[in-house]
Design a protein around this ligand. Structure first.
Ligand SMILES: [Zn+2]
Ligand SMILES: [Zn+2]
Length: 453
C-alpha cells in the first residue's frame, strides 16, 4: 500500500448508514453456489493447496528474507519465474511489457474459448523496514490460488485461462499495475484478484482511498528587503497565502478528505530579502476518484490564489496517484462462501450483510478496479507482540512467520474458489460484469454523502 501509511479504520458511523449504496448490501445470497452446501470444488482446492504448501513456503521465506524496493524486485522476479518454469503447462514471460521485474505466467485450457481469470503477485518491500507490508504473503496467496485454479481447470476440462502477473512497485505512487494496464496486460481479462494482509480484518469487500500529489513552485523576483522591496515579487508569500487558503479550505472538506501540505523550499535562510523562489508538496486523499477530482480543483484554486495575490508565477504539477478500490460484490460473495466453508474459520469473521471494510490507504489495484471486476481481499495474520500494523517492524516479523503463511494459503484457497466459480458457474462472468457496470455508474457520483450521513 502507498507509503503514507496503512491504517485500517472501520468506517465511522458505519452502523448508522440509512441509505447505503447498493454494493454495501446484498439482496440475494452471498454470490456463491446456491444453498448452504459446501462449494463444489472446495475439498479439491483445499487438499491441492495443502499439497503444494511445502513448495510455496521456501518461496515465501526467500522473498521475505530478501526485501527489495519498488522496481528492484530482481531476486523475487527470478525466483518466481524460475518456479513457474518448472510447473507443467505454464507459459512464462520474464520482464514482461518492458518492465524488468514484471512477469507473467499463463495457463491455458485446451478447451477454448472461456473466461480469463487473473491473480496479481506483489513483490516489493519498504525502505528500511523490509517486508513490513507483507507482500511476500500476497505473492503466496496468489500463487496458491493460480496453481489451484489451473489444477481444477485441468481435472474437470473447464475452458478458460489463468493469468498470474508479477506486479512491481506497489509502494509509493507509481505502481506497475497502471503501466501494465496501459500496455494491455489486462485486455481480455475478466477478473483481477488479489489480497492484502493486516491484523484487523478478514474481508473481500474492501474500499481504499483515492489520492493525488501536487508539486507546486512559485517564481517571483528577488529584491533587497530594506532598500527596495517594492521592486520584488515574493514567492514565499505566494506559498504562504496558498498554505493559508488550504487551511481555510479544510473547514469545509468532507469527512474522508485529507490534505497534507509541506514547504520544501522556503526561499532560503536570508530574512531581509524578497524571496524569488518557493516550493511545496501537497498530497490529497478522498473516498472516491470522483470526489478527489472535486477536491483537486479546490486545492488548485488555493495554489493559484497565492500567485494571484502576489504576482508570482505558479507552476502546478499534478501527479495522479491511485484510484480508490471498488470491490465486485459478486466475486466477493464467492470468496466469502469458500472462506466460511473451509475448516477453522479465523477471527474476525467476514462482516455479514455485505458490509464494506474501509482501508485508509491506497493501492494501484484501485486503478484496475475501474478497468475490470476486482477483489482485493483483506486478511488478518496473527499479530506480533506489539500488535503492529503494516509498515511497522512488528508486522514485518509477523509477516515472516509460518502462521502468517498458513493464513495466506487459506486466502489462496478462497481466491481460487472465486476464480473457479467464474470459470465453471453458468452465467457468472456476465453477472460479474453486470455488477461492475452498475458500480462504475454509481462511482461517477460517489462521495461521502452517498452514505446518507
Ligand atoms: Zn504498504
Ligand atoms: Zn502493501
Amino acid at each position: 500500500m502507498e507509503e503514507d501509511g496503512f491504517i485500517i479504520v472501520p468506517k465511522p458511523n458505519a452502523k448508522r448508514i440509512s441509505n447505503p449504496p447498493d454494493f454495501t448490501t446484498r439482496d440475494d445470497d452471498d454470490g456463491g453456489d446456491d444453498g448452504d452446501d459446501a462449494p463444489h470444488f472446495l475439498s479439491e482446492i483445499d487438499s491441492f493447496v495443502n499439497t503444494v504448501a511445502e513448495k510455496l513456503w521456501p518461496l515465501n521465506r526467500f522473498i521475505h528474507q530478501n526485501p527489495e524496493l519498488a522496481y528492484k524486485e530482481h531476486k523475487a522476479h527470478d525466483a518466481l519465474t524460475s518456479f513457474f518454469q518448472t510447473q507443467p503447462g505454464w507459459v512464462v514471460t520474464r520482464s514482461a511489457y518492458g518492465i524488468p521485474t514484471a512477469w507473467t505466467a499463463l495457463f491455458s485450457s485446451p478447451h477454448q474459448p472461456g473466461p480469463t481469470v487473473s491473480f496479481n503477485v506483489e513483490m516489493d518491500a519498504l525502505p528500511n523496514l523490509g517486508h513490513a507490508c507483507g507482500h511476500n504473503l500476497i505473492a503466496t496467496a496468489s500463487l496458491a490460488a493460480g496453481l489451484a485454479t489451473a489444477r481444477v481447470m485441468s481435472a474437470h476440462g473447464l475452458p478458460g485461462r489463468v493469468l498470474i502477473l508479477g506486479t512491481p512497485g506497489e509502494e509509493g505512487h507509481d505502481g506497475a499495475k497502471i503501466r501494465l494496464l496501459k500496455a494491455g496486460a489486462y485486455s481480455g481479462v475478466d477478473v483481477s484478484l488479489i489480497s492484502h494482509p493486516g491484523i484487523l480484518n478478514n474481508s473481500p469487500l474492501v474500499r481504499t482511498t483515492a489520492f493525488a500529489r501536487f508539486e507546486v513552485e512559485y517564481f517571483g523576483l528577488a529584491a533587497h528587503g530594506a532598500n527596495s522591496p517594492w521592486k520584488g515579487i515574493n514567492a514565499l508569500d505566494a506559498l504562504v497565502v496558498a498554505y493559508n487558503a488550504v487551511s481555510v479550505l479544510r473547514q469545509q472538506t468532507m469527512p474522508d478528505d485529507v490534505i497534507g501540505l509541506s514547504i520544501t523550499n522556503g526561499g532560503g535562510p536570508a530574512a531581509n530579502v524578497i524571496h524569488a523562489y518557493a516550493s511545496g508538496v501537497c498530497v490529497i486523499r478522498a473516498s472516491s476518484s470522483a470526489r478527489l477530482k472535486v477536491l483537486q480543483a479546490k486545492v488548485e484554486g488555493c495554489f493559484k490564489a497565492g500567485g494571484e495575490a502576489t504576482g508570482a508565477e505558479v507552476k502546478i504539477k499534478v501527479i495522479e496517484g491511485y484510484k480508490d478500490h471498488v470491490p465486485n460484490r459478486v466475486l466477493a460473495g464467492s470468496y466469502a462462501r469458500y472462506w466460511n466453508k473451509l475448516d477453522d474459520v479465523p477471527e474476525p469473521r467476514i462482516p455479514e450483510g455485505g458490509r464494506v471494510t474501509w482501508v485508509k490507504a491506497s493501492t494501484d489495484q484501485g486503478n484496475l478496479s475501474y478497468a475490470l471486476p476486482s477483489v482485493n481481499a483483506s486478511f488478518a495474520i496473527p499479530p506480533g507482540p506489539e500488535r503492529g500494523q503494516p509498515h511497522s517492524r512488528d508486522f514485518e516479523v509477523a509477516a515472516g512467520r509460518r502462521e502468517a503463511f498458513d493464513r495466506a494459503l487459506r486466502v489462496g484457497k478462497a481466491l481460487a474458489g472465486t476464480a473457479v466459480d467464474v470459470l465453471s458457474v453458468e452465467g457468472r462472468v456476465a453477472e460479474v460484469w453486470k455488477e461492475w457496470r452498475r458500480d462504475m455508474e454509481r462511482m461517477k457520483e460517489y462521495n461521502y454523502e452517498s452514505f446518507g450521513l
